[in-house]
Write a protein that binds this ligand. Structure first.
Ligand SMILES: [Zn+2]
Length: 287
Protein backbone atom coordinates (compact mmCIF):
# COMPACT_ATOMS: atom_id res chain seq x y z
CA UNK A 1 0.00 0.00 0.00
CA UNK A 2 2.75 2.42 1.01
CA UNK A 3 4.62 1.65 -2.26
CA UNK A 4 1.45 2.48 -4.16
CA UNK A 5 1.26 5.83 -2.32
CA UNK A 6 4.90 6.65 -3.10
CA UNK A 7 4.37 5.91 -6.81
CA UNK A 8 1.17 7.94 -6.81
CA UNK A 9 2.97 10.87 -5.13
CA UNK A 10 5.85 10.73 -7.66
CA UNK A 11 3.45 10.65 -10.61
CA UNK A 12 1.53 13.60 -9.15
CA UNK A 13 4.83 15.54 -8.81
CA UNK A 14 5.72 14.81 -12.46
CA UNK A 15 2.28 16.00 -13.65
CA UNK A 16 2.54 19.20 -11.57
CA UNK A 17 6.09 19.81 -12.91
CA UNK A 18 4.89 19.44 -16.52
CA UNK A 19 1.96 21.79 -15.98
CA UNK A 20 4.23 24.32 -14.26
CA UNK A 21 6.80 24.28 -17.08
CA UNK A 22 4.35 24.11 -19.95
CA UNK A 23 4.86 26.90 -22.46
CA UNK A 24 1.59 28.74 -22.60
CA UNK A 25 1.03 30.71 -25.79
CA UNK A 26 -0.04 34.20 -24.80
CA UNK A 27 -2.52 36.30 -26.71
CA UNK A 28 -2.84 40.06 -26.19
CA UNK A 29 -5.40 41.15 -23.62
CA UNK A 30 -4.40 44.83 -23.47
CA UNK A 31 -5.13 47.49 -26.09
CA UNK A 32 -2.42 48.11 -28.66
CA UNK A 33 -0.53 51.19 -27.37
CA UNK A 34 -1.05 54.37 -29.41
CA UNK A 35 2.68 55.10 -29.36
CA UNK A 36 3.43 51.70 -30.94
CA UNK A 37 0.87 52.49 -33.63
CA UNK A 38 2.57 55.82 -34.41
CA UNK A 39 5.97 54.13 -34.70
CA UNK A 40 4.63 51.42 -37.01
CA UNK A 41 2.91 54.03 -39.12
CA UNK A 42 6.07 56.02 -39.47
CA UNK A 43 8.69 53.31 -39.77
CA UNK A 44 7.02 50.33 -41.44
CA UNK A 45 5.82 51.10 -44.96
CA UNK A 46 4.06 47.76 -45.19
CA UNK A 47 1.90 48.56 -42.13
CA UNK A 48 1.16 52.10 -43.37
CA UNK A 49 -0.16 50.67 -46.65
CA UNK A 50 -2.69 48.34 -44.98
CA UNK A 51 -6.38 49.17 -44.64
CA UNK A 52 -7.99 49.68 -41.22
CA UNK A 53 -9.01 46.07 -40.64
CA UNK A 54 -5.65 44.73 -41.83
CA UNK A 55 -3.82 47.25 -39.59
CA UNK A 56 -5.65 45.97 -36.56
CA UNK A 57 -4.79 42.34 -37.47
CA UNK A 58 -1.14 43.36 -38.00
CA UNK A 59 -1.09 45.08 -34.60
CA UNK A 60 -2.48 42.05 -32.84
CA UNK A 61 0.09 39.75 -34.52
CA UNK A 62 2.94 42.15 -33.60
CA UNK A 63 1.65 42.26 -30.02
CA UNK A 64 1.36 38.47 -29.89
CA UNK A 65 4.88 38.03 -31.24
CA UNK A 66 6.31 40.33 -28.58
CA UNK A 67 4.43 38.51 -25.81
CA UNK A 68 5.78 35.12 -26.85
CA UNK A 69 9.40 35.82 -27.82
CA UNK A 70 12.23 37.37 -25.88
CA UNK A 71 14.37 40.09 -27.44
CA UNK A 72 17.72 40.65 -25.79
CA UNK A 73 20.53 43.08 -26.59
CA UNK A 74 24.23 42.24 -26.41
CA UNK A 75 26.30 45.40 -25.93
CA UNK A 76 23.36 47.37 -27.27
CA UNK A 77 20.11 48.69 -25.88
CA UNK A 78 16.94 47.19 -27.28
CA UNK A 79 14.66 50.15 -27.92
CA UNK A 80 10.93 50.05 -28.53
CA UNK A 81 11.61 50.79 -32.21
CA UNK A 82 13.82 47.69 -32.45
CA UNK A 83 11.19 45.50 -30.82
CA UNK A 84 8.53 46.74 -33.22
CA UNK A 85 10.76 46.36 -36.29
CA UNK A 86 11.66 42.79 -35.31
CA UNK A 87 8.01 41.87 -34.72
CA UNK A 88 7.01 43.51 -38.02
CA UNK A 89 9.67 41.51 -39.88
CA UNK A 90 8.20 38.38 -38.33
CA UNK A 91 4.62 39.25 -39.25
CA UNK A 92 5.12 40.53 -42.83
CA UNK A 93 5.98 37.17 -44.49
CA UNK A 94 3.16 35.26 -42.78
CA UNK A 95 0.53 37.99 -42.69
CA UNK A 96 -1.86 35.91 -44.81
CA UNK A 97 -1.58 33.01 -42.37
CA UNK A 98 -3.28 34.42 -39.25
CA UNK A 99 -2.85 31.15 -37.32
CA UNK A 100 0.93 31.16 -37.84
CA UNK A 101 3.15 30.86 -34.78
CA UNK A 102 6.96 30.85 -34.84
CA UNK A 103 7.15 27.79 -32.60
CA UNK A 104 10.77 27.29 -33.76
CA UNK A 105 11.89 30.60 -32.24
CA UNK A 106 12.38 31.49 -28.58
CA UNK A 107 14.70 34.46 -28.57
CA UNK A 108 16.04 37.20 -30.83
CA UNK A 109 19.48 38.49 -29.86
CA UNK A 110 20.41 41.93 -31.08
CA UNK A 111 24.05 42.94 -31.67
CA UNK A 112 25.06 46.56 -32.32
CA UNK A 113 26.30 45.81 -35.85
CA UNK A 114 27.59 42.94 -38.00
CA UNK A 115 29.41 40.12 -36.22
CA UNK A 116 31.61 37.11 -37.07
CA UNK A 117 31.12 33.38 -36.42
CA UNK A 118 32.33 33.88 -32.85
CA UNK A 119 29.66 36.61 -32.48
CA UNK A 120 32.27 39.37 -32.28
CA UNK A 121 31.82 42.77 -33.87
CA UNK A 122 34.52 45.07 -35.24
CA UNK A 123 36.77 42.26 -36.56
CA UNK A 124 37.90 41.96 -40.21
CA UNK A 125 35.54 38.98 -40.66
CA UNK A 126 32.56 40.57 -38.87
CA UNK A 127 30.26 40.49 -41.87
CA UNK A 128 27.21 38.55 -40.65
CA UNK A 129 24.12 40.77 -40.50
CA UNK A 130 21.77 38.11 -39.21
CA UNK A 131 21.44 34.36 -38.75
CA UNK A 132 19.09 31.66 -37.58
CA UNK A 133 20.67 29.41 -34.95
CA UNK A 134 21.19 25.63 -35.16
CA UNK A 135 22.40 23.02 -32.67
CA UNK A 136 23.22 24.70 -29.38
CA UNK A 137 21.81 27.93 -30.84
CA UNK A 138 18.50 26.29 -31.79
CA UNK A 139 15.52 28.57 -31.21
CA UNK A 140 17.63 31.74 -31.44
CA UNK A 141 17.91 34.38 -34.12
CA UNK A 142 20.84 36.80 -34.15
CA UNK A 143 20.49 40.19 -35.76
CA UNK A 144 22.60 43.28 -36.25
CA UNK A 145 20.70 46.31 -34.95
CA UNK A 146 22.21 48.48 -37.67
CA UNK A 147 21.07 46.04 -40.38
CA UNK A 148 17.61 45.77 -38.79
CA UNK A 149 17.12 49.52 -38.90
CA UNK A 150 18.67 49.97 -42.35
CA UNK A 151 16.26 47.34 -43.68
CA UNK A 152 13.34 49.64 -42.90
CA UNK A 153 15.05 53.01 -43.49
CA UNK A 154 16.22 52.15 -46.98
CA UNK A 155 13.15 50.90 -48.79
CA UNK A 156 14.51 50.81 -52.31
CA UNK A 157 17.61 48.61 -52.10
CA UNK A 158 15.58 45.32 -52.09
CA UNK A 159 17.26 44.39 -48.82
CA UNK A 160 15.80 43.75 -45.40
CA UNK A 161 17.95 41.54 -43.17
CA UNK A 162 15.30 40.83 -40.54
CA UNK A 163 12.68 39.76 -43.12
CA UNK A 164 15.39 37.59 -44.73
CA UNK A 165 15.99 35.77 -41.43
CA UNK A 166 12.29 35.28 -40.72
CA UNK A 167 11.85 33.81 -44.20
CA UNK A 168 14.57 31.27 -43.23
CA UNK A 169 12.48 30.44 -40.15
CA UNK A 170 9.37 29.99 -42.31
CA UNK A 171 11.46 27.71 -44.55
CA UNK A 172 12.67 25.81 -41.46
CA UNK A 173 9.19 25.21 -40.12
CA UNK A 174 8.87 21.85 -41.95
CA UNK A 175 12.16 20.67 -40.42
CA UNK A 176 14.35 21.20 -43.50
CA UNK A 177 15.86 24.50 -44.57
CA UNK A 178 16.00 24.03 -48.32
CA UNK A 179 14.45 27.10 -49.96
CA UNK A 180 11.27 25.09 -50.19
CA UNK A 181 8.76 25.86 -47.44
CA UNK A 182 6.51 22.78 -47.57
CA UNK A 183 4.03 24.57 -45.33
CA UNK A 184 3.46 27.30 -47.92
CA UNK A 185 4.22 25.82 -51.35
CA UNK A 186 1.16 24.07 -52.69
CA UNK A 187 1.73 20.79 -54.46
CA UNK A 188 1.12 22.14 -57.98
CA UNK A 189 3.84 24.79 -57.54
CA UNK A 190 6.56 22.55 -56.15
CA UNK A 191 8.34 21.46 -59.37
CA UNK A 192 7.95 24.86 -61.13
CA UNK A 193 9.36 26.56 -58.00
CA UNK A 194 12.46 24.35 -57.93
CA UNK A 195 13.01 24.88 -61.68
CA UNK A 196 12.51 28.61 -61.39
CA UNK A 197 15.00 28.89 -58.52
CA UNK A 198 17.54 26.98 -60.61
CA UNK A 199 17.07 29.30 -63.62
CA UNK A 200 17.22 32.48 -61.53
CA UNK A 201 20.35 31.37 -59.69
CA UNK A 202 21.99 30.69 -63.07
CA UNK A 203 21.08 34.22 -64.21
CA UNK A 204 22.75 35.68 -61.09
CA UNK A 205 25.85 33.54 -61.69
CA UNK A 206 26.07 34.79 -65.27
CA UNK A 207 25.60 38.43 -64.16
CA UNK A 208 22.28 38.71 -66.01
CA UNK A 209 20.32 39.56 -62.92
CA UNK A 210 19.63 42.48 -60.60
CA UNK A 211 18.90 40.03 -57.75
CA UNK A 212 21.53 40.29 -55.01
CA UNK A 213 24.56 38.08 -55.69
CA UNK A 214 24.11 36.47 -52.29
CA UNK A 215 20.98 34.79 -53.66
CA UNK A 216 23.19 32.57 -55.83
CA UNK A 217 24.83 31.00 -52.75
CA UNK A 218 22.15 28.29 -52.52
CA UNK A 219 18.41 27.68 -52.96
CA UNK A 220 18.00 28.48 -49.26
CA UNK A 221 19.54 31.92 -49.69
CA UNK A 222 17.82 32.49 -53.02
CA UNK A 223 14.41 32.06 -51.41
CA UNK A 224 15.28 34.52 -48.61
CA UNK A 225 16.91 37.10 -50.92
CA UNK A 226 14.06 36.94 -53.46
CA UNK A 227 11.57 37.38 -50.60
CA UNK A 228 13.35 40.56 -49.45
CA UNK A 229 12.98 41.87 -53.02
CA UNK A 230 9.31 40.79 -53.13
CA UNK A 231 8.35 42.59 -49.91
CA UNK A 232 10.37 45.74 -50.56
CA UNK A 233 10.11 46.35 -54.34
CA UNK A 234 7.14 44.29 -55.56
CA UNK A 235 6.55 46.56 -58.59
CA UNK A 236 10.12 46.24 -59.79
CA UNK A 237 10.19 42.50 -59.17
CA UNK A 238 7.00 41.95 -61.17
CA UNK A 239 8.43 44.04 -64.02
CA UNK A 240 11.84 42.41 -64.13
CA UNK A 241 10.95 38.88 -62.99
CA UNK A 242 7.20 38.37 -63.60
CA UNK A 243 7.28 34.59 -63.09
CA UNK A 244 9.23 34.90 -59.85
CA UNK A 245 6.87 37.61 -58.61
CA UNK A 246 3.83 35.47 -59.43
CA UNK A 247 5.30 32.42 -57.67
CA UNK A 248 6.17 34.38 -54.52
CA UNK A 249 2.69 35.90 -54.57
CA UNK A 250 1.31 32.34 -54.54
CA UNK A 251 3.70 31.18 -51.81
CA UNK A 252 3.05 34.08 -49.43
CA UNK A 253 -0.55 34.57 -50.61
CA UNK A 254 0.02 38.31 -50.78
CA UNK A 255 -0.78 40.68 -53.62
CA UNK A 256 2.14 42.99 -52.85
CA UNK A 257 1.74 44.97 -56.09
CA UNK A 258 -1.61 46.33 -54.98
CA UNK A 259 -0.03 47.88 -51.88
CA UNK A 260 1.04 51.51 -51.93
CA UNK A 261 4.46 51.24 -50.27
CA UNK A 262 5.10 54.97 -49.96
CA UNK A 263 6.72 56.85 -47.11
CA UNK A 264 4.16 59.01 -45.31
CA UNK A 265 4.91 62.58 -44.27
CA UNK A 266 5.37 63.03 -40.54
CA UNK A 267 2.78 65.34 -39.03
CA UNK A 268 4.92 66.58 -36.15
CA UNK A 269 6.85 69.79 -35.33
CA UNK A 270 10.66 69.82 -35.34
CA UNK A 271 10.80 70.75 -31.68
CA UNK A 272 8.08 68.38 -30.47
CA UNK A 273 9.00 65.13 -28.68
CA UNK A 274 9.77 62.37 -31.19
CA UNK A 275 7.00 59.85 -31.89
CA UNK A 276 9.34 56.96 -31.05
CA UNK A 277 9.27 57.82 -27.36
CA UNK A 278 13.02 58.45 -27.05
CA UNK A 279 12.33 61.68 -25.13
CA UNK A 280 14.47 63.62 -27.63
CA UNK A 281 13.15 66.39 -29.86
CA UNK A 282 11.94 65.14 -33.24
CA UNK A 283 14.65 67.15 -35.05
CA UNK A 284 17.35 65.35 -33.05
CA UNK A 285 15.81 61.91 -33.43
CA UNK A 286 13.79 60.59 -36.39
CA UNK A 287 13.60 63.68 -38.60
ZN1 LIG B 1 20.29 33.83 -45.31
Amino acid sequence: MSLFLVIFFLLACIVVWFIWNREVWKTPTQKFPEQWRKILHQEVLYYAALNKGQKSLFESKVHEFLLNHTIKGVKTKVELLDRLLIASSAVIPIFSFPEWRYTNLKEVILYPSSFNKQFQGGKPDSNIRGLVGYGFMEGKMLLSKRALREGFQNYSDKRNTAIHEFVHLVDKMDGAVDGFPDVLVQHQYSIPWLELMHTKIEEIDKNYSDIDQYGATSKIEFFAVASEYFFERPDLLSKKHPKLYETLENIFKQDMQSMQLKKKRVDIGRNQPCYCGSGKKFKHCHL
